[in-house]
Structure formats: C-alpha cells, structure tokens
Ligand binder design. Structure first.
Ligand SMILES: CC(C)(COP(=O)(O)OP(=O)(O)OC[C@H]1O[C@@H](n2cnc3c(N)ncnc32)[C@H](O)[C@@H]1OP(=O)(O)O)[C@@H](O)C(=O)NCCC(=O)NCCS
Length: 245
C-alpha cells in the first residue's frame, strides 16, 4: 500500500494558512496548552458545550481546539472565523455547513496534543493517542481487533506490545473517522497486517483506494492519518505558540 510521507513541520499561524491545493492534504499539529483560545468566535452550541466541561484545563483546551479549527477554516474559506457554521454528523464528525465548499477535515486531541487533517480532494481521518499502560488483550481489543491482530500482539515481546496496540488502534480510528463512523463499525473487512520489515499495513476488503499510515506524533504518543485516495502531497505545519488568538 502507498505510504504517506509527512515532511518536517513548518511553524505557521493558522489565521494565515495557505490555501488547500487540489490533490494535497494539510496536516496541522498544536500543543493546546501553548496556543491562545478565543471564546468570542465560538458558536452558541460550542460555548454551551464548553460551559458543560467541569475541568478548567479540559474546558480551555476545548476552546483552543475550536479556535484553531475556526481560524484554519476561516483562512481556507476566506471568512471571519466566527462566521463559519459547523455541524456534526449523527456520529459526531464535524463539517462546514455553509458556504459551499469542498473541504473535508478531521481532528484529534488527547491531553494537550492536537492534530487536524484537511483536504479539498479527499476524505480524511486523523487520530492521536497517548501510549498508556493497558493490557493488549483488554476487552476492547478483543471486541474490536481481528483475531489475527490479537494473535500478533500476543506474540510480541512485552515492551513492544503496548505501543503496537495503540498503533493498530490509531490506524483503525483514523479510517473510522475518515468514514465518520463509530469505532465498533469497522468490521473484519479491515485488518492491520504486520509486514516483514516491521511496518504495519492496512488491508481493506473489498480493496479500495484508501491510504492509511502512521504519522509523526509528540513523544509518548502515536498517530495515524487515513486519506480516501493517494494524495499528491502532504504539507505539515505546527501552530506557532505566538499565533493570533
Ligand atoms: C468518536 C470517536 C471517533 C472519537 O475518537 P477519540 O479517539 O475518542 O477522540 P479524538 O480526539 O481522536 O477525536 C475527537 C474528534 O473527532 C471528531 N469526531 C467525533 N466523532 C467523530 C466521528 N464519528 N467520525 C469522525 N470524527 C469524529 C470531533 O471533531 C472530535 O473532537 P471535538 O468533539 O472536540 O470536536 C471514536 O473514538 C469512537 O467511535 N468511539 C466510540 C467509543 C469507543 O469505542 N471508545 C473507546 C473506549 S476505549
């Protein structure tokens, strides 16, 4: 399967994001604890959601996450960030309701680590996970992973098992999120297959153009990006900590 090549991250202000070019995917990373948030540009629904978050850090991160999403979409659509109408599908994938556009985007956050993928040519899904201690034969894996994936994990040396678990997890999540589904819907038609060179490859039945691969992630995390067909290029950016609020 085609690999997704992510170049070195360029520091950039999201409000000055370059246009999304045909055939490309832009990938943006941020540390949510070092970027500004602006509650004033959130929609009433987003503000209400922020108000429901009891933990002050989690609330601030949500506000900053939505600020970044709006700044980027505003730059790409040529609109003030506060005027973008966002809506989530029944399963929770956000999309821009108006104006007419071709942007598909998806975001992921865990703790302060944040990533967003966007394209005007492809559907995209992105996932970041912090590698945390958990038994790979956990119930969740048994219910979601295929038996071949579970067997492969069980055979790995102890030290490699947890990172490998989360790598399979993020690959499955990225594909799930590209499709805008829930994690339990990706059935046996999808399998992550370890290669002899140690890399993991995804097998989709029936075969489709889908490309999914691991992506750079902050220390202690793993990440994956899924794209509905092979992109011409990926451009990758890191939100500058001094970016405009
Ligand atoms: C809903 C789900 C896609 C969320 O993934 P996650 O790893 O928990 O969280 P992420 O940070 O990667 O993604 C969350 C973001 O993805 C987007 N999103 C939510 N649901 C989505 C969906 N079905 N498809 C695509 N994107 C979705 C949202 O933008 C959300 O961020 P926001 O709410 O701040 O706007 C996925 O985990 C799922 O289906 N979960 C079902 C429950 C489950 O299996 N939990 C596992 C317990 S161990």
């Amino acid at each position: 399967m085609t690999r997704l090549v992510v170049p070195e991250l360029e520091p950039r202000d999201p409000a000055r994001a370059e246009p999304l070019l045909p055939g490309e995917v832009q990938l943006w990373y941020a540390d949510l604890d070092s970027v500004p948030g602006d509650e004033g540009i959130l929609s009433a629904a987003e503000s209400a959601r922020a108000e429901r978050v009891v933990d002050a850090d989690a609330k601030a991160r949500f506000v900053r996450s939505r600020t970044l999403v709006r700044r980027l979409l505003g730059a790409w659509l040529g609109l003030p960030a506060g005027e973008i109408a966002l809506e989530s599908t029944g399963e929770g994938k956000p999309r821009v309701v108006a104006p007419p556009h071709a942007i598909d985007f998806n975001l992921s956050h865990t703790g302060s680590a944040w990533a967003l993928a966007a394209s005007i040519s492809f559907h995209v899904g992105v996932d970041l996970e912090r590698i945390r201690p958990r038994r790979p034969d956990h119930d969740v894996a048994r219910r979601i992973f295929t038996s071949a994936e579970c067997a492969w994990l069980a055979d790995l040396p102890e030290a490699r098992r947890t990172p490998a678990f989360f790598t399979i997890w993020t690959i499955r999540e990225a594909v799930t999120k590209l499709r805008g589904e829930g994690i339990f819907t990706l059935s046996a038609s999808f399998e992550v297959v370890p290669q002899t060179d140690g890399r993991l490859e995804a097998r989709v039945e029936p075969p489709e153009e889908l490309v999914v691969d691991t992506i750079p992630a902050p220390v202690g995390h793993v990440g994956a990006l899924a794209v509905s067909a092979s992109p011409r290029a990926i451009r990758a950016f890191r939100v500058r900590p001094d970016a405009e609020a």
